[in-house]
Design a protein around this ligand. Structure first.
Ligand SMILES: [Zn+2]
Length: 371
């Protein structure tokens, strides 16, 4: 029988006013793949009161550690980088063609405002597009593609563009910023996956504020370069050599138009964290997550992945001779656009699920299938 409405547990917010302030600042700060370091500094500054020590590796992956002396090492991880563009070709009349840095979407580019990152600071530009009037009525319309989208930074010669500090290899991010929609959703660019970085930092905050003592070392890891192939996680997994890894990233809400549930599964914002079934996800660790959710009345959804999960989970799982790894995903609408949307309650629930799962991991926990 379905629960009556008044029997439904009232949601208690985990994110505080102060942590939300950090989240907004963190989202508004650009963090393009390969150039994440200013964001990593922001993140570590927020995390510092809740950890014992920290380090940053050669490519910028930031790590906070609790109980660094313990032998058994548990990782909670999210990726820090956001998709962006690279300046690839500047024309003689001062227009700029781009290539992708990560899975940037050509379809949403026209008419967007951007920041070009230069040694002289940010240079403003716009993705121009031919007017509807000039496109020839009745003709087949050309769709935006990498070969025809271009930036206009207000210059009419290549020399003028270069004088602004723009050169081939400068990265480009959208200027869209954080907002709250209907007091229910957080909206912004690159919530994929700085929401993850935020959530693992919140787990550290809860551990500290609730005075929880863990029987293992906890590594809170904000990895670089996920969007181009899980590279930061590969590097840091090798360095930490963890015994367990719990990864958090975003996944698709499939309840909006033009998404096929038959191929993409049935997931929605507001219905809770998503646990994954995939060969890289270690079943006994996954069971621990699910039992934790059930015991603590945390709603959750399920997703299956053919072969790999496409997240840093794979990088941890297949490192160091095999590390028991699992994935807790945050449902998100409109991935890789500038208006990514996540549900406030899902954010709270992912934080709670990671937090309570950590409390269920024992000293020297053995996740092997056959003992
Ligand atoms: Zn992504």
């Amino acid at each position: 029988m379905a629960k009556k409405k008044d029997e439904k547990q009232k949601h208690v917010s985990v994110v505080t006013k102060k942590s939300l302030q950090f989240f907004e600042e963190y989202i508004n700060n650009p963090s393009p793949t390969g150039f994440e370091y200013p964001g990593q500094k922001l993140w570590l500054d927020y995390l510092k009161p809740y950890i014992d020590e920290s380090f940053i590796d050669n490519y910028g992956t930031a790590v906070g550690v609790i109980n660094p002396k313990a032998e058994y090492r548990v990782v909670i991880e999210a990726h820090a980088d956001e998709i962006s563009w690279f300046v690839n070709y500047i024309t003689n009349d001062g227009l700029i063609y781009v290539i992708r840095n990560g899975g940037s979407d050509h379809q949403i580019a026209p008419s967007k405002r951007v920041n070009i990152h230069t040694d002289n600071g940010l240079v403003k530009a716009v993705f121009g597009w031919p007017a509807i009037h000039t496109r020839g009525a009745g003709e087949k319309e050309e769709a935006p593609a990498l070969k025809n989208i271009f930036l206009d930074c207000g210059c009419t010669t290549k020399e003028e563009v270069e004088a602004l500090g723009v050169h081939v290899g400068c990265v480009i991010t959208y200027e869209d910023e954080f907002m709250v929609l209907n007091d229910r959703y957080y909206v912004g660019r690159a919530l994929d996956n700085r929401a993850g970085g935020f959530m693992i930092a919140e787990v550290a905050r809860l551990l500290k504020e609730n005075k929880q003592k863990l029987p293992f070392a906890l590594y809170i890891v904000n990895s670089v370069q996920e969007e181009i192939g899980l590279r930061g996680a590969e590097m840091i997994a090798h360095r930490i050599k963890p015994h367990v890894a719990i990864v958090t990233d975003v996944t698709h809400d499939t309840s909006t138009p033009m998404i096929n549930k038959i191929t993409q599964g049935d997931l929605a914002c507001g219905k809770g964290p998503v646990v994954s079934y995939a060969p890289a996800v270690q079943t006994n660790l996954n069971k621990l997550l699910i039992e934790t959710a059930e015991k603590n009345d945390i709603p959750f959804q399920r997703q299956a992945s053919s072969r790999s999960t496409g997240t840093d989970t794979d990088a941890f799982a297949y490192s160091n001779g095999g590390v028991p790894s699992a994935l807790i995903s945050l449902p998100l609408r409109y991935m890789h656009t500038t208006v990514e949307m996540i549900h406030k309650e899902d954010v709270d629930n992912v934080i709670s699920l990671i937090y309570h799962s950590l409390l269920n991991i024992k000293k020297d926990h053995d996740f092997k299938y056959n003992k």
